[in-house]
Design a protein around this ligand. Structure first.
Ligand code: PLP
Length: 384
């Protein structure tokens, strides 16, 4: 027997009480019973997205589906939009927007850089006809946290331009104040901070984004936001929803509400800090820059002379701990430890202990126990 620990930034572990809800017999979706579930989910998501002004729509799809929905609902072919890219998911938005014939301008950054809001301000000054700005709040590929609050403030000054935020690993891990920061479209997915299996995605739509959708002529059917809004007035969905996942979402949102959003975010900040201090104490180097480290995932450089893929493999096969490797250029060169969603202090200790044992096996030179010790100090509130 080997006990398994899922320490990736998506999919993430699901609490047992949420898993159990999904073992229940399926109920029909056109019933008062299920209408109540829809209503609870929408209210719970509004709480998590910190919005009263925006509508929140839920789809049966992965995160990329909701990204596509934001493009087809807000724009026309030929619309000019700006995408700030510092990782794989910003790149995906570019691919989707180009697939629909948008005129895409890109502010390209390295994966170890944060998006500079001043670059966006400068771009908009020169291109005032821009219809949309897209930023990934938490870049899962690099662990970089971008400052969407400042970007929101800039985009507010352009009445024809909406601000789209990929917060798929932001929501639930870091603060995301949809109304206060002027975020017009915010997206998340079930298998990240919402503590659910993959299969659901949600988007918040501000009045400004609804206005943009009025002029959109791109083709859409399944992802037509207006269909979902119309159904929501009756607490229902236009198509067959992912019934079990929605019942699970109702349960996981109740857990988040009970904990309180501030505490949820504070827990993620604590776990991220413990992970960072732990790996640094082992003599490893953090990948994300000090000015933009998120709480969802901690990417770490694989030290010289160590095979990163081997490291991930040993942790999984010998110790039952699954972490993520690097993507694209960073495959084999970085590891990514996820701590997004259903995680607590001792999950970090387990992961660091497994990392230490794998590094020992690979004959990396460090003091055994030093990573765990440093993490414990953070978790116990001891200042280093
Ligand atoms: C996971 C993720 C997505 C969506 O990926 P799917 O595999 O389609 O769910 C998009 N953006 C970010 C930042 C993500 O972490």
């Amino acid at each position: 027997m080997k006990k398994k620990y899922l320490m990736t930034p998506g999919p993430t572990p699901v609490p047992p009480e949420v898993l159990l809800t999904q073992a229940r017999p399926i109920i029909h979706h056109r019933t008062p019973e299920f209408d109540q579930v829809v209503q609870n989910c929408v209210e719970g998501l509004k709480y998590v997205f910190q919005t009263e002004k925006s509508d929140v729509l839920i789809f049966a799809c992965s995160g990329s589906g909701v990204m596509e929905s934001s493009v087809v609902n807000c724009f026309c072919a030929g619309d000019e939009i700006l995408i700030a890219i510092n990782g794989k998911f910003g790149q995906r938005m570019e691919l989707i927007a180009k697939a629909y014939g948008l005129e895409v301008s890109v502010l390209e950054y390295g994966w170890q850089e944060v998006v500079n809001p001043l670059d966006i301000a400068e771009y908009l000054e020169k291109h005032p006809s821009t219809r949309g700005v897209v930023v990934t709040q938490s870049e899962t590929s690099s662990g970089v946290l971008n400052n969407i609050e400042v970007v929101g403030d800039i985009v507010k000054g352009y009445p024809e331009c909406i601000f789209i935020v990929d917060s798929i690993t932001g929501i639930g891990a870091v603060d995301c104040k949809t109304d206060e920061w002027g975020l017009d479209v915010v997206m998340t997915g079930s298998q990240k901070g919402l503590m659910l299996p993959p299969g659901l995605a949600a988007v918040s739509v501000s009045p400004k984004a609804w206005a943009a959708s009025e002029r959109s002529t791109l083709p859409k059917f399944y992802f037509d936001w207006k269909k979902y809004l119309k159904s929501l007035a009756q607490n229902t969905t236009p198509f067959t929803p992912a019934v079990s996942l929605m019942i699970g979402l109702d349960a996981s949102l109740k857990m988040m509400r009970e904990e309180g959003m501030e505490n949820v975010i504070a827990r993620h900040a604590r776990l991220a800090e413990a992970t960072r201090q732990g790996v640094v104490a082992l003599g490893l180097e953090l990948f994300a820059p000090a000015e933009g480290r998120g709480n969802a995932v901690t990417p770490v450089w694989v030290p010289e002379g160590i095979d990163g893929k081997q490291l991930v493999k040993i942790m999984k096969t010998k110790h039952g701990v699954t972490i993520a490797g690097g993507q694209d250029d960073y495959a084999g060169r970085i590891i990514r430890i996820g701590h997004l969603g259903y995680f607590d202090d001792l999950d970090i200790i387990v992961t660091l202990a497994a990392l230490e044992m794998a590094l020992l096996e690979l004959e990396f030179d460090f003091e055994p126990g030093s990573g765990v010790k440093a993490a414990e100090a953070v978790l116990m509130g001891v200042k280093s």
